[in-house]
Ligand binder design. Sequence first.
Ligand code: ZN
Length: 129
Amino acid sequence: MPDVCPACGRPLVASVDSSLSRCAACKAQFVPTDATEISLSSVTRAGKPRKLLELSLSPEFKALYRLGRLIGSGAVGTVFQAIHLPMGRTVAVKFLVQRHESDLARFLREAKLLGSIRHPNVVQIFDIG
Ligand SMILES: [Zn+2]
């Protein structure tokens, strides 16, 4: 686990409501480098806890990507900054929140469509799976 925030250099502490480490100064959240599972939750407006993400990182995934800062999380998915290790490239990794059976098909369709577009203002898709 990194002990200082890569964003501001201040100490990181374990987060109470997730498996991520949190910077007390800038509030950024990070996936510990030795993490094999990620769980993330929030509280609804009604005050009820809601799971946003719960997954295991496979050895195959960890051989390709090192997850870093949590960029955002919402109804559709959770996005982390990451390093694509073979290329040494900074990327974003999005994990789908699958609420319905059709969500995965739509997610893959969207990724394939975005992957076919080349434009400076459109994110480039490198990998899906
Ligand atoms: Zn920080």
